[in-house]
Write a protein that binds this ligand. Structure first.
Ligand SMILES: [Zn+2]
Length: 263
């Protein structure tokens, strides 16, 4: 069986001292591809560096996360846009998506900050549109507004990561051909389990969102892509499929969504 982690923050400083071990564990668990998501300019550069270090195994998603807004100034925003826009042909091969981008209504109550979040999100969507790259969306507390915003862009592929609520929105997202990623909470969150049941397996991808920590059987453990086989096993159970069948379909979804060839 081959597994994929479509959303991890390998560029997070928490992983820097244990990176080789994390990669080794992933390989041992038959995880064959990871998408290193970014938070800002620094981690975008780091994700690209990692994709070059592990070609055909680690891929980069570059962009500005809605949580980065508070410490972001116009200058860094400009520099990040320039960095992504001017990626050289050689670097472009390693960048498979714009992410992690989006809105988070729970992160800041300040209206001015929320406006800035929206401005940055739109800038990121323009970049995705112009570069024909897929987008990886963070949508906590804002999925409906995001769905509305997305309808005015011509985007190649859209993935809602850790999609949680509102559940009524899910069929609409699926209808538009969007994907969702789910991870370890599939073992203990009723909401996530329901979402996995509703979404067709063709629209599902797996993730860890590491280094975020989890509950249930993962409590107290450092999050690594080695969690993915357990996640797929649970997805298979919920879908009434054999684990190998579910793993194969999710692997195909990965190739289709990110348009990549694996080594
Ligand atoms: Zn994330």
């Amino acid at each position: 069986m081959k597994f994929v982690d479509a959303h991890i923050h390998l560029s997070d400083p928490e992983y820097s001292s244990i990176l080789d071990k994390v990669i080794e564990d992933a390989e041992k668990s038959n995880v064959v591809a990871l998408v290193s998501n970014s938070m800002d300019l620094k981690t975008s550069k780091r994700s690209l560096q990692l994709a070059k270090k592990y070609p055909g195994f680690v891929f980069a998603a570059v962009g500005i996360h809605p949580w980065s807004i508070q410490r972001l100034n116009e200058n860094e925003l400009e520099m990040t846009i320039e960095f992504i826009r001017n990626l050289e042909e050689e670097s472009r091969r390693y960048v498979v998506a714009i992410g992690e981008i989006g809105l988070d209504s729970t992160y800041t109550m300040k209206e001015e900050m929320q406006r800035f979040q929206r401005q940055v999100f739109r800038e990121m969507l323009c970049l995705a549109e112009n570069s024909s790259l897929p987008v990886i969306i963070h949508s906590r507390g804002a999925a409906s507004e995001i769905a509305e915003i997305l309808s005015s862009y011509n985007l190649k592929k859209v993935l809602f990561h850790w999609f949680s609520t509102p559940r009524e929105l899910l069929p609409k997202l699926i209808e538009r051909g969007y994907y969702i990623t789910e991870g370890p909470p599939v073992l203990y969150s009723r909401r996530i389990r329901e979402n996995v049941k509703i979404a067709p397996i063709e629209n599902l991808l797996t993730e860890t969102d590491g280094p975020v920590r989890f509950w249930g059987p993962f409590k107290g453990k450092v999050t690594t892509p080695a969690f993915i086989p357990i996640v797929v096993e649970e997805i298979a159970k919920l879908k009434g499929m054999k684990p190998a069948e579910a793993a194969m379909q999710i692997y195909k979804n990965f190739l289709n969504f990110f348009d990549v060839e694996l080594v």
